[in-house]
Design a protein around this ligand. Structure first.
Ligand code: CA
Length: 229
């Protein structure tokens, strides 16, 4: 994803420089702001593709900026990763509730931050670009929210549809039960949650897919994979 513009709002110069360097190495264009107010103004004016937002900023704090950006329809879709200091657990929760996409705790490795940025961007692209997915004779019409088999609509529950959508987006790659719980059911840190619910839904889904059922492959002790053509 070359040439996407990322705005870093951070008052610690060392961090800004390090993150900027690493992002530019990956082909991103980078804007920076060292104060809350200018950061917000830059975001509103430039409409960057992504914002890395420090929590503790002079003039205007990260949470406040996040809230303002999320309440404005023109900046609402911009993905945000928040930078937080250790021991601000409550702020992280508030940040995510205010609509930040992810957070990373200082000190962090720039490589990890770049990886997170890419992951969040990938997810937001997936959300916006897909309208129609297919594998063999299975078709998912995202706009109509319709599952079709050989062109014929098949009734699927909302969860079955979401499960299949996630598997199709990641065609050929295994998704763990935990990831599916997170993406389809919205559970976070789902390690301790009963994962059998995923298995049950997969069983139902396979029944509906008839001859195409085998495309959903069980990867032992890991999760599921959907095979394409
Ligand atoms: Ca700071």
């Amino acid at each position: 994803m070359p040439n996407e513009m990322i705005l870093i709002i951070e008052d610690e110069k060392n961090i800004t420089e390090l993150v900027k360097y690493n992002l530019e190495q990956e082909g991103f264009r980078v804007l920076t702001a060292a104060k809350g107010r200018t950061g917000l103004e830059t975001a509103q004016r430039e409409k960057p593709d992504f914002i890395i937002l420090d929590l503790m900023l002079p003039e205007l704090g990260g949470l406040e900026i996040c809230k303002i950006l999320r309440n404005d329809p023109t900046t609402k879709p911009i993905p945000i990763i928040m930078l937080t200091a250790k021991g601000t657990e409550a702020d992280k929760v508030v940040g995510l509730e205010l609509g930040a996409d992810d957070y990373i705790t200082k000190p962090f490795s720039p490589r990890e931050l770049v990886a997170r940025v890419k992951a969040v961007l990938r997810r937001s692209h997936e959300k916006s670009s897909e309208e129609f997915l297919n594998a063999g004779t299975i078709e998912l019409d995202i706009a109509k929210h319709e599952l079709r088999l050989k062109g014929k609509p098949i009734g699927a529950t909302a969860k079955e549809f979401e499960l299949l959508r996630n598997l199709m987006i990641s065609k050929g790659r295994v998704l763990t039960r935990e990831i599916l719980l997170e993406k389809v059911w919205g559970y976070e840190n789902s390690v301790n949650i009963e994962t059998r619910t995923v298995d049950m839904h997969i069983t139902q889904l396979r029944k509906k897919l008839g001859k195409e059922a085998d495309r959903i492959v069980t990867v032992k002790s890991v999760g599921y994979r959907l095979d394409g053509d």
